[in-house]
Every structure is written in C-alpha cells, then in structure tokens.
Design a binder for this molecule. Structure first.
Ligand SMILES: Nc1nc(=O)c2c([nH]1)NC[C@@H]1CN(c3ccc(C(=O)N[C@@H](CCC(=O)O)C(=O)O)cc3)C=[N+]21
Length: 285
C-alpha cells in the first residue's frame, strides 16, 4: 500500500476563508478582534513562529499586538504585562509563546492568562472544561489533528487510537478530545515509560505521534492500512524530521506529514479560537 497524504495547507486555507467571513461579520457589529502574543527572550525559532501568527492574523482581518520581554524578565514584570492584557479591551485573546526561560514557572504563568482570553486553551480552567465536556477554547494542536482526521473522513467511532506523548499541549488533551462521546475513540496514551511501544502502535487504527523523537515509529511498528498523524518535529542537519520514519508510507493508508500536515492547521486553529472568543465576548473595537 502507498499512503495518501493529509495536507494541512489546503484545509487551513478553507478554515481561514470561513474565518474571514466571520471577522467581517464581527466588524459590522463594531468589533475588531485582536490576537496578542507574548514572547520572552529572543529565541529565533519562537520569533519566527510568532511572526507567522501575526501574518496569519492579517490574512483573515484580525488585528494583532506583540509584547516582547527580555529573557531575564522579572516574574513580577511578566505578571504585570499579562494582567494588562487581561484588562485591555483591544486584545480579544492572547498566547504566551512556549517554552519560557528556565527561571519562569510555566504553569504559574499560564494560570495568569484570563480564561476568557486564553487563545491557546491551556489555562487550567479551560483544560478543566475539556475534561468536563463544556464549551472552551481547545488546545490548537489536538484540535488541528481532529480537523485533519475529520476532513479525510477517518472513522473514529470505536477506533483504537494510540497517542504517543503525554504533554499538556498535545498528548494529554488529544486523549481527552478523542474520548469525548462525539468522537468515541478508544485511546491508549503512550509515553517514555511505556514498556513496549510497538505492541501499542501495531494494534492501532490511528497513531498520533507527538514524541519529538525523529523517526521513532517505523513501518515495522504500524498496521497495514493504518492512519498516521505526525505532530513531533525535530530540526536536523537534513531539515525538519517527524516522529514517523518515511518507511511507514509503504504500509499506512493515510499519513499527515511533517512538515505540511498538522503544523499549518495548528496555526489556523489559533485564529479560530480568537474569532470564537470574540463571538462569545464581543467588545467594541
Ligand atoms: N503558546 C504556544 N502555543 C503554541 O501553539 C506553540 C507554542 N507556544 N510554542 C511552540 C509550539 C510549536 N507550534 C507549531 C505550530 C505550527 C508549526 C508549523 O506550522 N509547522 C510547519 C513547518 C514550519 C517550519 O518550517 O518550521 C509544518 O509543520 O508544516 C510548527 C510548530 C506551536 N506551538
């Protein structure tokens, strides 16, 4: 079997098209939603990524504001800036770019973001809502994976899904989303403590790999005709490498590649969260 690919860009373009119309409708009611980004330090990767987000915003008619703070920022100063954004009616929602420098407590910082302004869906209140199944902004990457699977009509009801990675931004919320009644999948959450990863991936209909280990899962570890979604991304001398080894393409039915799969959709999901926050809490701009 030679796998078909699930491409993120065309799907992201369709989402953006829909968002453009919704932003225009908000504008007619006098509301101009804006995304805020907070970057601590000058990691080139983080800065490039945030630049991309501001470009994405412009494409759909969202305003955006960037806050930049030095790598050695006093936690009290960072707190002040976040509380300002919480109060600022011109900022609909914002994200704090991760990872943060080591002297800052990531969980404590994310908790300062007002849940109604949490564009990443990573505030404990919103993660709690995800557990409870009530309305909340969804973490962008798991939401992107779900949209890719839906767009390809992948059957999730009753499916065995193996998620590799238990992190707060991808693996753990991914498991919560897939086991909702509306998705109805059976999820096995694997991680670095998993004794026999291959035993779990081989029996899965769908594997979502968010380990960040280049080529971790090869053809021998996946079932014939399975659906594979790559999330983890590693920068090597040969460029960007995903968690799936290229050999899987001979065995799988459907593969979301890295790069070009989940990444572009993740960015679109961030925009969707901002528009949804604006629709829920309209503020005259
Ligand atoms: N508060 C916060 N929210 C995030 O959502 C967040 C974050 N911090 N920190 C970093 C990670 C990483 N992440 C990516 C999203 C899209 C691509 C993406 O579009 N990737 C392209 C390739 C881009 C490239 O060439 O580097 C692709 O897969 O095709 C990559 C990485 C969001 N993150």
């Amino acid at each position: 079997m030679t796998a078909q690919t699930m491409l993120g860009k065309p799907l992201a373009a369709a989402v953006k098209e829909d968002l453009r119309a919704r932003v225009a409708a908000l504008a007619e009611r006098g509301s101009v939603p804006a995304l805020g980004t907070v970057v601590v330090g000058d990691d080139p990767g983080s800065l490039a990524y945030v630049r991309g987000k501001h470009r994405d915003c412009a494409e759909v008619g969202l305003a955006s504001v960037q806050v930049r703070l030095p790598a050695d920022v006093d936690p009290a100063e960072l707190r002040e800036r976040l509380l300002q954004l919480n109060e600022d009616p011109a900022c609909t929602g914002y994200i704090v770019q991760l990872p943060l420098p080591a002297h800052l407590d990531e969980s404590a910082v994310l908790e300062l973001v007002h849940p109604d302004k949490d564009a990443d869906g990573l505030h404990p209140t919103n993660l709690g809502r995800l557990v409870l199944g009530t309305a909340a902004p969804l973490p962008c990457t798991p939401a992107a994976v779900l949209e890719l699977l839906r767009a390809s009509d992948v059957e999730l009801d009753g499916a065995e899904v193996c998620v590799i990675g238990r992190g707060t931004t991808v693996g753990r919320p991914m498991g919560l989303l897939l086991t909702r009644r509306s998705e109805n999948a059976t999820v096995t959450l694997c991680h670095t403590g998993t004794r026999d990863l291959a035993a779990h991936t081989r029996r899965a209909d769908v594997v979502v790999a968010a380990a960040g280990v280049a080529g971790l899962v090869d053809a021998d570890m996946v079932a014939e005709g399975s659906v594979l979604v790559g999330v983890g991304i590693t920068r090597t001398e040969d460029g960007l490498v995903g968690d799936f080894h290229p050999s899987v393409l001979e065995k799988a039915a459907l593969v979301a590649p890295v790069p070009g799969g989940v990444g572009p959709m993740t960015r679109a999901m961030l925009l969707r969260n901002v528009v949804e926050l604006a629709e829920r809490h309209p503020v005259a701009g």
